[in-house]
Design a protein around this ligand. Structure first.
Ligand code: 5RP
Ligand code: CA
Length: 215
């Protein structure tokens, strides 16, 4: 039921909430289609979410656009970070970018422009058209790109994969802007119950990782 509501919401360009699981991060992200991002989307994320605002993209598009994992880039440059992420096999971070038509890159207007343009880049590669990424973006920038794992939730069940899987179910461009919800009182991840409450108050469907995987 929730997943159905979530699909409808995404089709309408609106946000959903995705909680991964209690045995992983135990976090809820606000997730919205990057294609329909506007400055208000970013404002909601930093005001009601408060975590990091990122854009998740599918593995094929990342490969086509030559967007490698940051961990692989660092390895190639000689860094030897041995400590693993405590809750998963690897982090999904790729590079951080700003679209060329932004100024500092951090404002709501700038970050929404970058997110929207990332969606365009993904859509172009999906349509098998050429896309010159380096001509359109600057790096480093203020919007981290998250690269979903091959096979999506079969291999990793972070919000990166869960949000791309939801985009696929909704048949929308699979580029999703997302942000973790933090508790303004404790600074910890917002407890699941409070995230559900927020969703009910604001008419935003709350979905869990297992609901998405089992749909
Ligand atoms: C970027 C993150 C977040 O946890 C985000 O939800 C995506 O990561 P993951 O797929 O690992 O859950 O690390 O702020
Ligand atoms: Ca997460």
């Amino acid at each position: 039921m929730n997943v159905k509501k979530g699909i409808k919401q995404l089709k309408n360009g609106k946000p959903i909430l995705i909680y991964d699981s209690s045995d992983r991060e135990g976090e809820t992200d606000i997730v919205a289609p990057a294609k329909h991002t506007n400055p208000n989307t970013i404002l909601r994320m930093r005001r009601d979410g408060g975590g990091l605002i990122c854009v998740a993209i599918p593995p094929k598009a990342a490969e086509k656009l030559n967007l490698k994992y940051t961990s692989d880039i660092l390895k190639q440059t000689g860094y030897k970070f041995n400590k693993k992420v405590p809750y998963d096999q690897r982090s999904s971070f790729s590079i951080w970018v700003n679209h060329k038509d932004t100024y500092t890159g951090i404002t709501d207007k700038d970050r929404s422009k970058t997110a929207k343009e990332l969606s365009k880049a993904v859509e172009t590669t999906i349509n098998k058209e050429n896309y010159n990424f380096e001509k359109q973006f600057r790096a480093p920038g203020h919007v981290p790109i998250l690269r979903a794992a091959k096979g999506l939730t079969k291999n990793r069940t972070g919000q990166t994969e869960l949000s791309i899987e939801m985009a696929q179910k909704a048949n929308i461009t699979p580029a999703m802007v997302l942000c973790e919800m933090l508790d303004n009182k404790t600074g910890e991840a917002l407890p699941k119950e409070k995230a559900i409450e927020y969703g009910e108050k604001n008419n935003i469907p709350f979905l869990t990782g297992s609901q998405i995987k089992n749909y």
